[in-house]
Design a protein. Structure first.
Length: 295
C-alpha cells in the first residue's frame, strides 16, 4: 500500500491520501499513535523490542496480570497474533514474535467487546458507509461467522470516520476493524483497500450495493452518489474448519504451518435471519462429523 500511496501523491495528487501518514496507514503501532494524537480514544499500545521496557510499561499502565495481545506491527489479519490470558506469561509470546520478525513487537491491552468492520468509500474527505459487519468469534483469531448489520450505534460510524481523518484518508476504499468496548469504540486496525474475497458480492446480496460501485463513482465522478445502504436480507458468511483433518508429517513441517490452520472454506447463508441461524447450527453439526485424511 505504501508504494501505491507514493505513486498517487506523485501522479494524481488531487485523488491522493496524505503521503505524510502513509506509514501510519500500514504500521499498526504507528496507526494507533496517529489516531491517539488526533485525540481519539485508542487501545493502550507499546511498540518495543525490549522485554525490560515492556515490563516497566505494563507496571506503569497498571496492566500487570491483565490480558494482552501481542502481534507484529506490519502483519496482515490475525497472522502471528498471540493472546495472553489474565495472569499469563507474556514473555514466551513476545519473544516468539520478536525473533520471528526481527523487529519491534506491538503489545496491547486486550479490549473486550463485540467486533465490527465498517467499510466505506471516501471522496474529497467525505466518507460514505458501504456496509457494516458484526463478528462472532470462537476466540481472538478464529471467526465463527459474520453478519451484515445496519442499526448499530451511531458512535461506531462516527468513530470510524474520525479515524479515517486522523490517518489522512481522503480518497478510496477503506475498512476498519473496531471493537465496541464498555468504554466505547476502540480501533483494532484500518486498511485502505476494498474488503477482500467475496465480500463485495456478499455485500451486494445483503444491501443491493457494495464498495465497488462507490469506488468507481469516487474516482470517476469525484463524489459518491450511492448513499447509505439498506439491509435487504440477512447474509452471514460462516467460516468452516476441518478440526479432525490429518496431513502428512512432511506437510506439517512446511513454513505455512499447515497443521495450525484448519480453515476449510466459507459458506454464505442468505435469507430470513431465523433460517440463517438454523442453517448455521446445521453447518456446525456437520462440521463435527467431518473427517479429512490426506495421508
Amino acid at each position: 500500500m505504501e508504494p501505491a500511496d507514493r505513486l498517487a501523491a506523485e501522479l494524481t495528487p488531487q485523488r491522493a491520501n496524505d503521503p505524510r501518514l502513509a506509514h501510519a496507514r500500514r504500521n499498526k503501532a504507528l496507526m494507533q499513535h496517529a489516531v491517539a494524537t488526533a485525540g481519539i480514544p485508542v487501545i493502550r499500545t507499546l511498540l518495543t523490542g525490549n522485554a525490560w521496557e515492556l515490563e516497566a510499561w505494563l507496571q506503569a499502565q497498571d496492566l500487570t496480570g491483565r490480558a494482552l495481545v501481542i502481534k507484529p506491527p506490519d502483519s496482515s489479519g490475525a497472522q502471528d497474533v498471540v493472546f495472553v490470558p489474565p495472569n499469563g506469561d507474556w514473555r514466551q509470546g513476545f519473544e516468539r514474535v520478536l525473533y520471528s520478525y526481527r523487529q519491534p513487537v506491538m503489545v496491547q491491552e486486550f479490549a473486550p467487546g463485540t467486533e465490527y468492520v465498517v467499510s466505506t468509500v471516501s471522496a474529497a474527505g467525505q466518507h460514505t458507509v458501504a456496509h457494516i459487519e458484526e463478528f462472532t468469534k470462537f476466540n481472538l483469531t478464529r471467526v465463527d461467522r459474520t453478519e451484515f448489520v445496519h442499526d448499530v450505534q451511531p458512535e461506531l460510524v462516527e468513530y470510524h470516520n474520525a479515524v479515517l481523518d486522523a490517518l489522512g484518508i481522503r480518497w478510496g476504499a477503506a475498512h476498519s476493524e473496531i471493537r465496541l468496548t464498555p468504554r466505547g469504540p476502540r480501533l483494532i486496525e484500518t486498511s485502505t483497500r476494498l474488503c477482500a474475497g467475496a465480500l463485495p458480492v456478499l455485500a451486494r446480496a445483503a444491501t443491493g450495493s457494495s464498495q465497488l460501485e462507490r469506488l468507481v463513482q469516487a474516482y470517476v465522478d469525484g463524489v459518491v452518489s450511492t448513499g447509505d445502504y439498506e439491509l435487504r436480507q440477512c447474509v452471514s458468511p460462516v467460516y468452516m474448519t476441518a478440526p479432525h483433518a490429518r496431513v502428512p508429517v512432511e506437510a506439517m513441517e512446511l513454513s505455512t504451518h499447515l497443521s495450525s490452520h484448519p480453515d476449510l472454506g466459507m459458506v454464505a447463508l442468505a435469507g430470513e435471519r431465523s433460517a440463517v441461524l438454523e442453517d448455521h447450527n446445521r453447518l456446525r453439526n456437520l462440521e463435527k462429523r467431518l473427517r479429512i485424511d490426506t495421508c
